[in-house]
Design a protein around this ligand. Structure first.
Ligand code: MSP
Length: 648
């Protein structure tokens, strides 16, 4: 029997359009859902919308429309975003669904019948934003302890859920279930909160103050507190969104993913509600951190709300998904910036992963007639790649079972790096020149391609479209084969395609791209594309001053791609990264170097040389190399300095 795995996101308020915070939890949940499905588990993945309460009533009033119309207008914004982000949820709940409302009323009635809900007069401090009461001791200088907005004193009759009587039982449950609240720091936070006496929870709002909610079945003058209504979604969905109902099959949930701000409502309100309803508690509630934007809190008033649609339009769904889970350990706060996103795309996706695929397939085309080669010569190759790729699935499992998405991606990145190093070290372009090395050459190429297949499989939960593209280029069709080394079939025709992640120039960075400005500069003749001329012994007249030397701007550059200039034995066209910009350089080093061997190398270039055309191709700089007529070797730097560092 496949193991049930039920995962949920919070249901999002429809008071506004979705932002990065909504995308974050939903992408994380999607990765886990896809990963568990890959393992053959019986997955149910739920997301949806929280459509009642004051926030929505106010937003609708502001728009001058009925609340339901407002919800109906906003719901597609969320649904379409999930489609754009390739979210694979099994159900989408809306709390205004008639069936959901009936189930909430049923539960309320049950608790009322059991006298676990009672009516009482209450005077308290009410926070309109958080839609909840606070006691005198919670309020700090007239402000809500949670959102720091002013609170007002309200006296009214309300219905209360006897939450307080569950306090001891809840503490015992948390203490005896290590994984119930995660990460550990949040568990401690809840246990700390539970050291104070737990008050009963007001679960009603008088219709006179708030009408947009589910009516209490036992008193039509009141609507249900939005959180009581919303939390029930996790079970009501199983009752009416699946046919037949799947409560028995999926409850209790395996994981509720939430943000840190809604920890108390889940760990305390929801848990005690479940206890009162005599239902088991979820296995894990995991609270993740919050995103700031370029170091600042994200808010509408600051005008810095990150629009996930715009990010997907510009960078693609997979790059965004990757960034969200790679950048910050899940559970920690993190900072979003365009620069950081572009940095990750360029270095890890375009440079490491993209180039690995590109160079592997280029070499299979050149040295193996475009067919996946046979690995005959394993004994002569370094075992590290096979070993590390072979261990990857287990490592990913270890990390994902702890929701350490960033570490899972780090391990995958490690194999990508080892695969690139494996190619550098074995230098297939050299092996190709010697008949005695043909079998070794085929083995090296097989290993690179097979490592890519395993990497692609492990990346599937994170970047499903990328996996599909890699598999297509590796010539694989049909269902995903397993992660055991050796799955790639020799003889399969590969189909090299477009680069997976074209490098992105950060046009928003200061000054924009200099490449464009320089391209318009009039080309001047250039003696040799590679600076190779050794200076003649210095005579006093030939000496230059330090000022003259300083006119030459030398910089480190990272080789992003390299290819032969057609019909030229000598010329290679390089794309290099200078940190703030990218350049194209045509260099006369083709006799000395195979293009594939240069990708990822840090070289030194003359950065302020006027551009020139060589065989009709614009060269925007010159590489430094040792040697006279023949190129002895490219100049490089010993340390791993960032591209664009000045050399002097
Ligand atoms: N409707 C409630 C949840 C009910 S669940 C039964 C709600 N909705 S929300 O739309 O306001 O927030 C949904 C989620 O977005 C929360 O988990 C919250 O933590 C998350 N985020 C809101 N802003 C965020 C960031 N800046 N960064 C990360 N997540 C953030 O609360």
């Amino acid at each position: 029997m496949p193991k049930p795995f039920y995962i949920t996101t919070p249901i999002y308020y429809v008071n506004d359009v979705p932002h990065i915070g909504h995308a974050y939890t939903t992408v994380a949940a999607d990765v886990l859902a896809r990963y568990r499905r890959l393992h053959g588990d019986d997955v149910f993945f739920l997301t949806g919308l929280d459509e009642h309460g004051q926030k929505i009533q106010q937003a609708a009033a502001k728009a001058g429309i009925a609340p339901q119309t407002h919800c109906d207008r906003l719901a597609p914004q969320f649904k379409n975003l999930w489609q754009r982000l390739n979210i694979s949820h099994d159900a989408f709940i809306r709390t205004t669904d008639v069936a959901h409302k009936k189930i909430v009323q049923l539960y309320l009635q049950q608790l009322y019948n059991k006298q676990l809900i009672y009516k009482a007069d209450y005077t308290g401090w009410y926070c309109t934003f958080d839609e909840r009461f606070w006691t005198e001791k919670d309020v700090v200088q007239g402000l809500c302890p949670d959102c720091k907005r002013p609170v007002e004193q309200i006296s009214e009759s309300n219905y209360f859920f006897r939450m307080g009587q569950c306090q001891e039982r809840l503490i015992r449950h948390i203490e005896s279930h290590q994984d119930f609240i995660r990460p550990q720091s949040r568990r401690n936070e809840v246990l700390g909160f539970l050291q104070k006496p737990l008050e009963d929870l007001s679960i009603s709002r008088p219709q006179s103050r708030l009408s947009w909610g589910i009516e209490l079945p036992f008193d039509r003058n009141y609507v249900t507190y939005v959180w009581f209504d919303a939390l029930v979604n996790y079970v009501s969905a199983l009752e009416y969104l699946t046919e037949p109902p799947t409560m028995k099959r999926y409850w209790p949930a395996s994981v509720h993913l939430i943000g840190k701000d809604i920890l108390t409502t889940h760990a305390v309100y929801w848990s005690t509600m479940l206890m009162a309803l005599e239902l088991p508690l979820p296995q894990t509630i995991f609270a993740h951190g919050w995103w700031t934007v370029s170091g600042e809190k994200m808010s509408k008033s600051r005008g810095n709300v990150v629009d996930p649609y715009a990010i997907v339009d510009e960078f693609g769904a997979d790059a965004f998904r990757y960034f969200l889970l790679r950048e910050v350990p899940f559970g920690h706060d993190g900072d979003f910036s365009r620069e950081a996103l572009i940095g990750r795309i360029n270095s890890e996706l375009a440079n490491d992963l993209g180039n690995l695929l590109h160079r592997t397939l280029t070499m299979i085309e050149r040295f193996a007639k475009g067919l996946v080669p046979q690995a005959h010569d394993e004994a002569r190759t370094d075992n590290q790649l096979r070993h590390q790729a072979g261990q990857l699935p287990e490592l990913v499992e270890t990390h994902l079972s702890k929701l350490e998405f960033n570490r899972a991606l780090e391990s995958i990145g490690g194999v990508i790096q080892v695969a690139n190093q494996h190619i550098d070290k074995s230098a297939p372009w050299k092996l190709a020149k010697d008949a005695a090395d043909q079998s070794l050459l085929q083995t090296v190429l097989y290993d690179a391609a097979e490592a890519l297949r395993i990497v692609a499989l492990m990346l599937f939960p994170f970047m499903p479209q990328t996996t599909e593209a890699i598999n297509r280029q590796l010539g694989m069709t049909g269902p995903l084969p397993d992660a055991q080394w050796g799955g790639l079939q020799p003889g399969t025709a590969i189909a090299k395609g477009e680069p997976l992640f074209p490098r992105i120039e950060n046009t928003a960075s200061q000054g924009g791209s200099r490449v464009n400005q320089e391209q318009s500069a009039a080309p001047t003749p250039q003696p040799s594309p590679a600076v190779a001329a050794a200076p003649a012994p210095a005579t006093p007249e030939a000496q230059i001053s330090i000022d003259e030397f300083m006119k030459i701007q030398l910089k480190t550059a990272l080789v992003l791609s390299a290819e032969r200039v057609p019909k030229s034995e000598k010329l290679l066209r390089l794309h290099v990264d200078l940190g703030s910009e990218q350049r194209q350089i045509v260099a006369g080093i083709g006799k000395r170097y195979e293009p594939e061997s240069l990708v990822g190398k840090r070289i030194v270039i003359v950065a302020n040389l006027k551009s020139a055309k060589l065989m009709g191709i614009e060269s925007q700089g010159m590489v430094l190399a040792a040697g006279d007529k023949d190129v002895g070797g490219l100049v490089t730097v010993i340390e791993d300095v960032p591209p664009g560092t000045k050399v002097k």
